[in-house]
Structures are given as structure tokens and as C-alpha cells.
Write a protein that binds this ligand. Structure first.
Ligand code: ATP
Ligand code: MG
Length: 321
């Protein structure tokens, strides 16, 4: 933490969601939103909520969707100085509707929105030069300018003795391409903390079973792997065969979007604050669980005090059963 803020790069969006369960948007549908969103934005907001120093490199349009995101991030303590405002493109958006089986239908406007215009700027450079940690959000690789910004950020932060985390939530089509594989290997080579979700662990390693994937990634130089398993909780894998498993908290899931981002931000910030992996894992599970109980991807962010109270309440509740 003393080295400087956690910095991430990537899409800022608004999310607008269907109020009914069903398939897609082929008929008129009532909607709720706009909610602040974008995986990197949710992540960095949660870092700030945990009391971590936080900044984001991103771009929004000169419109209300952009303003609502910037204001939320600023209010929550994120350094917004490296968010560019693009005059001739709208802020990115995602329309989402849940099917009965939990699968989501999306209509995205990212590539042709302001979010698709992320590039290296003077303010981005200034932020990176103060940073102590870079968080790489795989989803952001859909944006052409992101690779160059990340390349500079990783080199600069590593040179300063800082660290790198990586959430490989990369679009599958990108991963399957040759370029995707090379990119993934290059990132893994500089990653200290890897935060995959489910099958992403296997895809990141190019393996078909969990144990082999973990071994391969640790051998490739990753220090810690924290695997997100949704309702099945999470696992930590460290060097020298160190492992910890944490069951998920039992909650009513209202909206699963953002759980992984809150989880990752909480784990990373706890570790940067010097907590042990087991404690960080418990708090991260609580953070993911709290997030899914609220509608809106960024509405369920938590402070350390929120998480401690949630853990105490849940433990007490179970003890009475
Ligand atoms: P996202 O949908 O944001 O991409 P993800 O796939 O990256 O999420 P998940 O594994 O879904 O990540 O969620 C991260 C963590 O949040 C889980 O490991 C778990 O601790 C917690 N979590 C997620 N969903 C639930 C749930 N329904 N009940 C309790 N905890 C949950
Ligand atoms: Mg994920």
C-alpha cells in the first residue's frame, strides 16, 4: 500500500436491466437503470470502499451516463483524474436480461462507445507513475488501446517494486484465437496474484484438471491463485502446497453481476494491507455474497466494517440453527 495506489484499466459502462425474467429484448420490456458498471469500475470502487488507495484509467462520453459513473467513483474515493471525457461518443452501455436458468442475454455498446477509445494519456501516465499495483481485467482486452496502456503500467509498476493481479475474464472468442493465447501467456508471466473464476483456471493454464492447472501456473511464476467458485465459495493456492478453502455464505441471490469483481478487489486490498491469505479469503467471500444481495452491479460494495458485521451476523445466525 505504501508504494502507491492500486490502478486498473478498462471499460466504464452503465447497466440497464430488464425487470422481468425471460429471453432477450425482442419486445417492449420495462427496464431499470442506469446503474454504474463495467468490471474494472466495480473492482476499483470496491478497492476504495475497503480503504485502499485506488485509481482507474478509462473513458466516458460527455453525457449523463458518464457523469453518473465519474461522480460515483469520485464520491467513493477513487482517483478519477485518468478518466477521459470523449466529446463525440456516448458512454458505453450494457442492457441485460436474465433467463429463468440464470443465463444472461446482453446488448452491449462498448466497441463504438467512448469506452472503446481508451488510450495512453498524460493523466494516465501520471497515475501509473505513482501506482504500487496494477490490476488487469481480462474483459478490457476487447478494447484495442488497453494493451498499450497495460504494457506501460506493468513495466512501470514492476520497476518500482510493485505487483500485478489478473482476473482472466477474457471473452472466449479472444481466448481461442492464437493472439489470445500469446497474450494470456505474457500476462501470466508477470502476474503475482491470479483471480480466475471456474473454468477460467483451466483455460488460463491450458490444462484439463484443476491440480495440473494450479501446478503449471505456480511454476510459471504466479505467487497466489485464488479461484472463485460462485455458490461453492473459493480456494486459495500458494507456494509450497499451501491451500485454503472457504465455503460461500448463504444468501438470497438477487443479482450475481459484480460478485467476482468485489471478491477480487477485497482479496487484493486485504493482502496489500498485510492480512494473511485465509483472512483475506473469508472477507472476499463475504464481499461477493453481499454484492449478490443487491440489484445493480456496483450497489453491493462493502467497507471492511460492513464485511466484519456481515461475517459476525452470519456466524451467529448459523450457531442458532
Ligand atoms: P461475475 O459474475 O462478477 O463475473 P465471477 O464468476 O468472477 O463473477 P463468482 O465465483 O460468481 O465470480 O463470485 C465470486 C465470489 O462471490 C464467490 O467465490 C463467492 O464467494 C461469492 N458469491 C458469488 N455468488 C454467490 C452466491 N449466490 N451466494 C453466496 N456467495 C456468492
Ligand atoms: Mg469473473
Amino acid at each position: 500500500e505504501m508504494l502507491g495506489p492500486t490502478v486498473t484499466v478498462g471499460e466504464i459502462l452503465v447497466e440497464i436491466m430488464a425487470t422481468t425474467v425471460g429471453s432477450g429484448f425482442l419486445e417492449p420490456q420495462s427496464l431499470i437503470g442506469p446503474y454504474p458498471s463495467g468490471a474494472p469500475a466495480i473492482f476499483i470502487d470496491q478497492v476504495a470502499w475497503m480503504g485502499g488507495s485506488a485509481g482507474i484509467i478509462a473513458s466516458v462520453g460527455s453525457d449523463d451516463f458518464g457523469m453518473l459513473n465519474i461522480e460515483r467513483l469520485r464520491r467513493d474515493g477513487v482517483d478519477v483524474s485518468a478518466i477521459s471525457i470523449i466529446d463525440d461518443k456516448p458512454t458505453g452501455s450494457a442492457f441485460v436480461r436474465y433467463r429463468p436458468d440464470g443465463v444472461r442475454d446482453f446488448v452491449f455498446n462498448i466497441a463504438h462507445s467512448a469506452a472503446g477509445d481508451i488510450r495512453m494519456t498524460e493523466t494516465a501516465r501520471t497515475l501509473v507513475e505513482r501506482a504500487g499495483h496494477v490490476h488487469i481485467m481480462g474483459s478490457a482486452f476487447a478494447i484495442p488501446g488497453v494493451a498499450e496502456v497495460l504494457d506501460y503500467a506493468i513495466k512501470t509498476v514492476k520497476r518500482r517494486g510493485g505487483s500485478v493481479s489478473f482476473d482472466p475474464n477474457i471473452r472466449k472468442e479472444l481466448l481461442d484465437a492464437e493472439r489470445g493465447r500469446t497474450l494470456l501467456d505474457e500476462i501470466i508471466a508477470v502476474t503475482d496474484l491470479l483471480l480466475p473464476s471456474g473454468e477460467e483456471l483451466l483455460a488460463a493454464a491450458g490444462e484439463t484438471d484443476e491440480a495440473a492447472a494450479v501446478t503449471k501456473l505456480l511454476d510459471a511464476g504466479v505467487n497466489e491463485i485464488v479461484l472463485k467458485r460462485g455458490r461453492d465459495g473459493s480456494s486459495f493456492f500458494g507456494r509450497d502446497g499451501k491451500r485454503a478453502d472457504c465455503p460461500a455464505f448463504i444468501v438470497d441471490e438477487v443479482d450475481p453481476t459484480g460478485a467476482g469483481d468485489c471478491f477480487g478487489a477485497t482479496y487484493l486490498t486485504c493482502r496489500r494491507m498485510g492480512m494473511e491469505p485465509e483472512r483475506a479469503l473469508l472477507l472476499a467471500n463475504a464481499s461477493g455474497a453481499r454484492n449478490v444481495t443487491r440489484q445493480g452491479p456496483m450497489e453491493g460494495v462493502s467497507s471492511l466494517a460492513n464485511l466484519e458485521a456481515f461475517i459476525t451476523a452470519t456466524t451467529t445466525e448459523n450457531a442458532h440453527e
